[in-house]
Design a protein around this ligand. Structure first.
Ligand SMILES: [Zn+2]
Length: 63
């Protein structure tokens, strides 16, 4: 028996069918890390811009 190795993703004991992972899910996660690690994931560009809020507050302070 060899219980020294653990699933590198979650640390659970590996399953024979998916060694060295404990499940297909963890194997997929590791594969995904390999794939995404080779490419830089661009930051999402759909966040609202808050410049209008800051500018509006300044104008209200001027009397
Ligand atoms: Zn796992």
């Amino acid at each position: 028996m060899s219980t020294a190795r653990k699933c590198p993703i979650c640390g659970k004991p590996p399953v024979e069918a998916f060694k060295p992972f404990c499940s297909k899910r963890c194997a997929d996660i590791d594969l995904n890390r390999w794939l995404t690690g080779a490419y830089v994931i661009p930051a999402r560009d759909d966040e609202p811009v808050n410049d209008d809020l800051a500018a509006g507050a300044d104008e209200d302070d001027n009397i």
